[in-house]
Design a binder for this molecule. Structure first.
Ligand code: A2P
Length: 264
């Protein structure tokens, strides 16, 4: 049996190096990184597989690994009749995926004005860009406090984020940047857990701030990044604008930025 790796057969092919199944609806995987690929933590790329018709079937995926990582990590939902994820969920170590090396996105530090406290608001697989940003030294150089809020239907869906957050304090590369700056606020909506309820409810009734012991959001000090469903993003925009924050972009940085968690 030959030990040599097969030559890539796909355009922009990258090789899968690790696959982890978290629930029957969620999995993460790592792939080799093209040597020329530079990206800012929080950005997304198009990835996919070759379709049955011989054409690439691509979707936008946030890169879940930080910009300094040798490999690329992605976190995905499994949709049984989804054109891409029905196939992608079966990838194994050594398989190839297509990765278009053109990173873009607004969940980047460049799109925010300087501040003291940075909130990450995610639902479901929307935690992916924050899995990248939580491992980015710049996050902790720029802010005194970083608060990762993640809401899922069930406890098991929090696991990917929870294990990542728990591993970071002792991480040999990023741990010293983090110190005690990173706080984690997980909630569930359809299964009992220590904190129950939608994050939007907790922002509106102030229980998020009471639980964390921080003042209500204000545009002078607080910054936010949002990544979730269209409904979450819309509701969060309204809430944050109610606190006086305005939406930023790469060209006009401001107090918050938002992006859809893409694959459904
Ligand atoms: P809920 O269970 O109350 O719908 P999904 O799996 O549908 O993407 O949802 C992921 C999480 O996001 C769920 O906990 C869900 O709560 C929550 N969610 C969905 N829509 C909103 C919204 N508009 N505002 C706040 N949370 C939301």
């Amino acid at each position: 049996m030959s030990e040599s790796r097969a030559k890539p057969t796909l355009p922009d092919a990258q090789t899968v190096t690790k696959v982890t199944h978290w629930t029957d609806r969620l999995f993460s995987f790592r792939v080799t990184r093209p040597q020329s690929l530079r990206f800012r933590s929080g950005e997304f790329v198009m990835i996919g597989l070759m379709g049955d018709n011989g054409k690439p079937l691509l979707r936008a995926y946030s890169i879940a690994s930080p910009s300094w990582d040798e490999e690329l990590e992605f976190y995905s939902i499994k949709v049984q009749d989804g054109p891409l994820t029905s196939k992608l969920q079966h990838i194994k170590v050594g398989d190839e995926i297509i990765l278009r090396p053109k990173p873009v996105g607004t969940l980047v530090h460049d799109a925010l004005l300087p501040g003291k406290r940075l909130y990450f608001f995610a639902t479901g697989t929307g935690i992916a860009p924050f899995a990248s940003l939580m491992r980015e030294p710049e996050t902790y150089e720029n802010y005194d406090e970083v608060i990762m809020c993640h809401t899922c239907r069930e406890v098991a869906e929090l696991e990917y984020g929870r294990l990542l957050v728990e591993s970071l304090a002792d991480d040999p590369l990023i741990g010293e940047f983090i110190g005690d700056k990173l706080r984690y606020y997980p909630t569930t909506t359809r299964e009992d857990s220590p904190k129950m309820g939608r994050i939007t409810t907790k922002l509106r009734d102030g229980s998020l701030f009471a639980d964390l012991g921080v003042p209500p959001m204000d545009k002078n000090h607080d910054r936010a990044m949002i990544c979730g469903s269209i409904g979450l993003n819309k509701d969060m925009k309204e809430i944050l604008e109610g606190f006086g924050l305005t939406e930023g972009s790469n060209s006009i940085p401001a107090e918050y930025v938002v992006e859809k968690a893409f694959v459904d």
